[in-house]
Write a protein that binds this ligand. Structure first.
Ligand SMILES: N[C@@H](CCC(=O)N[C@@H](CS)C(=O)NCC(=O)O)C(=O)O
Length: 215
């Protein structure tokens, strides 16, 4: 298949970045944004809900196919395009990548991004200030989550073993943003393997292209 891949959503979104990373790793040419075919998709409007019934981003448009949910999009891209596999062949290893991709998109995203990081990215306090009470409330759970990720990673090169997988693509943007917070050294004090892993992900070719602000 050679039709253009379009990722619906802004480049700063963690999950849009995950799909961009998956494309980069597989060598797939892609575009992103809220204007596939030059026509604006109204956020949460009918044209958006037609692509993602839950009104979230990203959604993928490819030829006549549309796909929503980041992990499902990664699996679709892996099946539809040649290039390095994002999932292992071995059934047990594949199931491990699969279960972690679901958990990262759900529990890990909730603890690290929705409950914590978004307080810094989109402050909702008076006059646009960061609600430090919310930060204090959610920081212990965020630190516990980082410890759990450290345990899963162990001393593997990649999040689910010795091969880059869609789990790395899903997790990388979340940890990249967290590692850029002013107090990151406090958050990452007890997770040396995760710290080394995110440095490796940031310096891969895919990371260098995707994990940057594009306005
Ligand atoms: N489970 C979804 C989560 C998607 C998601 O939460 N996307 C965020 C942006 S990173 C979003 O759409 N936020 C807006 C909202 O929740 O209304 C996935 O894996 O794609």
């Amino acid at each position: 298949m050679s039709a253009q891949v379009h990722i619906l959503g802004p480049q700063f979104s963690t999950f849009v970045r995950s799909v961009c990373l998956a494309c980069e790793e597989k060598g797939i040419s892609y575009r992103y944004g809220l204007k596939p075919d030059g026509k604006e998709v109204e956020y949460k409007g009918p044209s958006h809900l037609a692509l993602h019934p839950f009104g979230k981003i990203p959604a993928l448009l490819h030829d006549s196919q549309t796909v929503f949910e980041t992990a499902s999009i990664c699996r679709y891209l892996d099946a539809a395009f040649p290039g390095p596999a994002l999932q292992p062949e071995d059934l047990a290893e594949r199931a491990n990548v699969d279960q972690w991709s679901a958990a990262l998109s759900c529990y890990v995203d909730q603890a690290l991004v929705r409950n914590y990081l978004l307080e810094f990215a989109f402050p909702k306090g008076d006059d646009g200030s960061i609600r430090m009470d919310k930060v204090a409330e959610h920081q212990p759970a965020a630190i516990d989550m980082l410890a759990l990720l450290e345990q899963q990673l162990g001393d593997n090169a990649f999040f689910c073993g010795d091969q880059y997988s869609m789990a790395d693509a899903i997790l990388t943007p979340m940890i990249d943003y967290l590692s850029g917070l002013p107090h990151a050294s406090e958050l990452f004090a007890n997770v040396p393997n995760l710290t080394a892993w995110i440095r490796r992900m940031q310096t891969r070719e895919s990371g260098k292209k995707v994990l940057i602000s594009k306005g």
